[in-house]
Design a protein around this ligand. Structure first.
Ligand code: NAD
Ligand code: UDP
Length: 316
């Protein structure tokens, strides 16, 4: 493939920074645009001397244009329930205004476009596993709505720019992804359990731990996203790992992999917490020849050193 000039919103975040690495290693030039709301410079520090990489500190709710680009990956948005609850209005703004600005840029330059949407579009799903054809079960005014509805709106805006302006858009619905560079304090279940396990604190299981999630290791996720980006299908396409675990099983896996003697403590389940979540990835398999390869315990082992270091840095 011919080298492209690619823009990644949210490029200093967890997934965005891994995406930048992948695009650079494929020979492209990358402009990461990030206001560092939930991202960190340290995620892209290793790219400081890379001539094909630049980071622009900018809030994408304000229009932006850093010159012609061939592709826009729109990843900017708080993503963890704790982050989007703290930054509720900013989450609605980046999903709406930010999405419009990203789409306008793609339209202006005739660039390709992919948005990182989410399994949260399915809400607390009544269909299981979730296929792309399922329209979801979302509380439009509940605590998660700042994120869920922002993402549903951004899917609608993306579909509209394809319909009305012929922008070559793609929608990826990402399911719970984990790995190195996740913020240790973003409240998501794997960083929380890792931190607690390394500190010998109780692992906080919300509710009775019977709710399920399906965890995808970051390298598998990025591989699926990049394949979708270069395909001609508009999506939505589920990109996630279909191996489903209860949160209690996830806690036990973290204890096993860390060798921690921490106990499990039960805490109240947050409002509207989805009871089950598992992607049907038939479409991704058929369309992209993609399926994840890394199981939960292996992925946790591959993340261990990162989390150990992140916890050590918290102490210092
Ligand atoms: P993250 O918080 O690490 O990354 C998001 C990045 O967006 C951060 O660097 C943040 O500073 C930046 N950002 C937020 N608002 C911005 C704004 N107004 N202008 C510029 N930059 C802004 O989260 P992540 O897990 O890497 O998620 C990345 C994307 O993937 C998000 O859109 C998220 O909704 C989506 N997603 C992630 C998961 C997952 O499991 N990690 C699951 C579903 C969807
Ligand atoms: N969870 C938990 N303990 C924690 C953090 C999260 O039991 O310390 C649960 C949470 O209630 C949810 C699941 O783990 O059922 C996944 O939560 P996360 O915040 O990682 O992401 P979500 O999939 O809910 O967006």
């Amino acid at each position: 493939m011919k080298p492209m000039r690619v823009l990644v919103t949210g490029g200093a975040g967890f997934l965005g920074s891994h995406l930048c690495d992948s695009l650079l290693s494929d020979g492209h030039s990358v402009i990461a645009v990030d206001n560092l709301l939930t991202g960190r410079m340290s995620n892209v520090d290793h790219l400081r001397n890379e001539p094909r990489f630049e980071l622009r500190q900018h809030d994408i709710c304000e229009p932006f244009d850093f010159g012609k680009v061939d592709y826009v990956f729109h990843f900017a948005s708080p993503a963890s329930p704790v982050d989007y609850s703290i930054h509720g209005i900013a989450t609605l703004r980046v999903g709406s205004l930010g999405t419009f600005n990203a789409l306008e840029l793609a339209k202006k330059y005739g660039a390709g476009y992919l948005i990182s949407s989410t399994s949260e579009c399915y809400g607390d799903p009544l269909e299981h596993p979730q296929k792309e054809t399922y329209w979801g079960h979302v509380n439009p005014i509940g605590p998660r709505s700042v994120y869920d509805e922002a993402k549903r709106f951004s899917e609608a805006a993306t579909a509209a720019y394809r319909r009305y302006h012929k922008v070559e858009t793609r929608i990826a619905r990402i399911f719970n992804t984990y790995g190195p560079r996740m913020q240790i304090n973003d409240g998501r279940v794997i960083p929380n359990f890792m931190k607690q396990a390394f500190r010998g604190e109780d692992l906080t299981v919300y509710g009775d731990g019977s709710q399920t999630r399906s965890f995808c290791y970051v390298s598998d996720e990025i591989d699926g996203l990049v394949r979708l980006a270069w395909s001609s299908d508009p999506g939505p396409v589920n990109i996630g790992n279909p191996n489903e675990f209860t949160i209690l099983e996830c806690a036990r896996a973290v204890l096993e992999v860390t060798g921690s003697k921490s106990k499990i403590r039960y805490e109240p389940l947050p409002q509207d917490d989805p009871k089950q979540r598992r992607p049907d990835i038939t479409k991704a398999k058929q369309l992209l020849g993609w399926e994840p390869k890394i199981g939960l315990k292996d992925g946790l082992k591959m993340s261990l050193e990162y989390f150990r270091q992140a916890v050590a840095e918290l102490k210092s």
